[in-house]
Design a binder for this molecule. Structure first.
Ligand code: GLN
Length: 564
C-alpha cells in the first residue's frame, strides 16, 4: 500500500505498534502494564514512545475537574493531558507532546473543521472512514522516528465511545504487516468466594473484541495474585491464544516494581518475538539495568511528608506523589505521604475533623502545598504554610502553594490582614497575587493559561541556586495568576526573597532564616523521573532528613550545600 496522507500509512517507516485495550472494568492499571512493557523494550535497546487515546469529547483534559480523571498532566509544549502521559514520561524517560494524547474532541474538531473548509467537498463525512482515518494518522505521526509505539486505548472494550477507536485499530491491523502489530488485552481475573481464579469475565471481554474483528495476541490478567497455570491454560483455550501468551499482573504496592514483575513472566521476550524485534535487541546481560537497581535500592529509613490539598483523591496529586517517591529513591528513604485535607483544616463547623487534620499536619516531618484552583481550602493551605514557616518545618509550595505562601507572608508578616489572591477574593484590599496581564482578554477556558516549559533565571547565592545547582532552570507551568508587581517593594522589607524570575515575573520564592521554605510558580513535579528526581523535592527531603537525623544515601556534602 502506498503512502496515504489521510491515514498516515507509509510502508517505509517500519514502526512497530503495540495496542493495549482493557476489558471487564476500568481502573485496571492497563497504562502501567503498557508503560512497563515500554520500559522493558527500552532496556533492550529500542526507541519507544507512547500514545494515549481518551474517548471523551473534551478536546483535552485541561477543562476537567481532577475528580473526573485525576490530575491534569502538563507537557513541555503546554499540552494539558491525561495523567497516563505522566506515567509514560516517567517509565520511558521520554518527553511526550500534545500529539501523543488523542481525544475524540480533537479528532472530531479537526475533521469538522476540514469539512467546513471544503476539504471533503462532495463527500458525506462519516465516522468510517474519516474519523477512523484521522485516528490512524495521528497514531502514525506520533510514532514517527521510533522503533515501537505503544498505544493505550482508554476506557473498556464495549463502551460506545470507544467504538471508532477499535474500528480504527481493526483497520490498522490490516494495513500493517503482521509482525508490526500486536494487540495486548488487559482484563480482570477475580477470585470467587471459594478462592478460585475466575476466567469468565476475561472470556466475555475477549468475545466482545472478537465480535468486532479483533483477536488479541497477548492477554494480561490483573489479579490480586499471580495467575496459576490452570487459569492461564483456561484463558488460552477460550480466548484462542497460546498459553505462553497469557501473563499475570498481580497487585503491588509500588508501580515501579511492575516492569520487574512482567519481565519475570517473560512478557518482554514474548512481545519482541512476536514483533520480530529480537534481532535488534541487546543480549540480556547488556540490557539497561538501571531501573532495577534504582527501584530495588535499600532504604535507610522513612519520613512523613504532609500533602495539604482539597481533593481527597490520590490521583488528583499523582505527579507530586511520584516526585516525592523519586526524591526518596535518590536519597534512599521511603516517603510516607500523609494526607492533610485543607478544606477540613479550614472548616470551623467540624471541630473534630479539623483537629484531626491539624494534628496530622503537626506530626509530619515536611509539608507540601500543591497546585489548585478556586478558593475552597485555601485558608487551610495558608494556615499550613504559616505553621511551616513559624516552626521551621521544611516546606515546598507548588504553583497555588507558592501563591498562598505570598499571601501568608503578606498577612502575617506585612500585616495586610485581608491580603489574598484576586482569584480567591476579587475585593481584597491587598491583591498580592493578581491575574497575568495577558489573561485580561482571555474568555475561552480551554488551553489558554500560561502553559508549558518556560525558563527561570535563578539568583546566585540563594537556596534556589543550591537546590538546582545552576542559575537557570526550565520547568512546566499552568497558571493564570502571578505575584502582583505592585507589592515587590513591600516584600523586599521582609525575609521573603524572590530568587527565581522570568523577566518581571516571580517564579521561585524562599524565606531567609528558615531551613527550607521554597515555593515555585511552576510545577517541578511534571519533570521528575525515577532516575532524575526533581531538585526542589530532593532539597525538601534533604532538609527533612537533616532535621530528623537520618543519614541517607547522599548525606554529607550534598545536604550541607542545600542548606547553606
Ligand atoms: N489558580 C492559580 C493560578 O491560576 C494556581 C494554578 C495552579 O496551581 N496550577 O494561577
Amino acid at each position: 500500500m502506498p503512502t496515504d496522507s489521510e491515514t498516515g500509512y507509509d510502508p517505509t517507516l517500519g514502526n512497530k505498534f503495540i495496542f493495549v485495550t482493557g476489558g471487564v472494568m476500568s481502573g485496571l492499571g492497563k497504562g502501567i502494564t503498557a508503560a512497563s512493557t515500554g520500559r522493558l523494550l527500552k532496556n533492550a535497546g529500542f526507541d519507544v514512545t507512547a500514545v494515549k487515546i481518551d474517548p471523551y469529547l473534551n478536546v483535552d483534559a485541561g477543562t476537567m475537574n481532577p475528580y473526573q480523571h485525576g490530575e491534569v498532566y502538563v507537557l513541555k509544549d503546554g499540552g494539558e493531558v491525561d495523567l497516563d502521559l505522566g506515567n509514560y514520561e516517567r517509565f520511558l524517560d521520554e518527553d511526550m507532546t500534545f500529539d501523543h494524547n488523542v481525544t475524540t474532541g480533537k479528532t472530531y474538531k479537526h475533521v469538522i473543521e476540514k469539512e467546513r473548509a471544503g476539504d471533503y467537498l462532495g463527500k458525506t463525512v462519516q465516522i468510517i472512514p474519516h474519523i477512523t482515518d484521522d485516528i490512524k494518522r495521528r497514531i502514525r505521526e506520533a510514532a514517527d522516528g521510533t522503533d515501537v509505539c505503544i498505544v493505550e486505548v482508554g476506557g473498556t472494550v464495549g463502551d460506545i465511545e470507544g467504538m471508532p477507536y477499535l474500528e480504527a485499530l481493526r483497520q490498522f491491523a490490516h494495513e500493517e504487516d503482521e509482525e508490526d502489530f500486536l494487540l495486548t488485552h488487559v482484563t480482570l481475573v477475580p477470585y470467587s468466594k471459594n478462592g478460585e481464579q475466575k476466567t469468565k469475565p476475561t472470556q466475555h471481554s475477549v468475545k466482545e473484541l472478537r465480535s468486532i474483528g479483533l483477536q488479541p495476541d497477548v492477554l494480561v490478567g490483573r489479579c490480586t495474585d499471580k495467575l496459576d497455570a490452570e487459569t492461564k491454560r483456561k484463558i488460552a483455550l477460550f480466548c484462542d491464544v497460546p498459553t505462553d501468551a497469557v501473563f499475570s499482573n498481580p497487585d503491588v504496592d509500588d508501580v515501579y516494581q511492575v516492569p520487574l514483575m512482567v519481565e519475570e513472566e517473560g512478557l518482554d521476550e514474548y512481545v519482541m518475538d512476536q514483533l520480530h524485534l529480537t534481532p535488534k535487541a541487546l543480549p540480556v546481560d547488556e540490557r539497561d539495568n538501571s531501573w532495577r537497581q534504582l527501584v530495588t535500592r535499600e532504604r535507610e529509613g522513612s519520613v512523613d511528608v504532609g500533602l495539604v490539598g482539597k481533593y481527597d483523591l490520590e490521583d488528583a496529586y499523582m505527579s507530586v506523589n511520584e516526585a516525592l517517591k523519586h526524591a526518596g529513591l535518590a536519597e534512599g528513604v521511603d516517603v510516607n505521604v500523609v494526607w492533610v485535607d485543607s478544606d477540613d483544616m479550614d472548616d470551623a463547623e467540624a471541630d473534630e475533623v479539623r483537629n484531626e487534620h491539624r494534628e496530622r499536619l503537626e506530626s509530619v516531618d515536611g509539608i507540601v502545598v500543591p497546585g489548585g484552583f478556586g478558593s475552597r481550602g485555601t485558608e487551610g493551605k495558608i494556615a499550613a504554610i504559616e505553621y511551616a514557616r513559624e516552626n521551621d518545618v521544611p516546606f515546598l509550595g507548588l504553583c497555588l502553594g507558592f501563591q498562598m505562601a505570598v499571601v501568608e507572608v503578606a498577612r502575617n508578616v506585612l500585616g495586610y490582614e485581608d491580603a489574598n489572591s484576586a482569584e480567591m477574593d476579587p475585593d481584597t484590599s491587598a491583591p498580592v497575587i493578581d491575574i497575568l496581564p495577558e489573561q485580561y482578554e482571555v474568555s475561552d477556558m480551554g488551553g489558554t493559561m500560561r502553559l508549558g516549559a518556560h525558563q527561570t533565571d535563578i539568583t546566585p547565592g540563594t537556596l534556589a541556586e543550591s537546590v538546582y545547582g545552576t542559575t537557570a532552570c526550565t520547568e512546566r507551568h499552568r497558571h493564570r495568576y502571578e505575584v502582583n508587581p505592585e507589592y515587590f517593594e513591600d516584600f523586599a522589607e521582609t525575609n521573603l526573597v524572590f530568587s527565581g524570575r522570568a523577566g518581571n515575573r516571580m517564579e521561585i520564592l524562599e524565606y531567609e532564616g528558615h531551613p527550607y521554605f521554597l515555593g515555585t510558580q511552576f510545577h517541578p513535579e511534571f519533570r521528575s523521573r525515577p532516575g532524575r528526581a526533581s531538585p526542589p523535592f530532593v532539597g525538601l527531603l534533604e532538609a527533612v532528613m537533616e532535621r530528623e537525623g537520618i543519614p541517607g544515601a547522599d548525606n554529607g556534602a550534598d545536604s550541607e550545600e542545600v542548606r547553606a
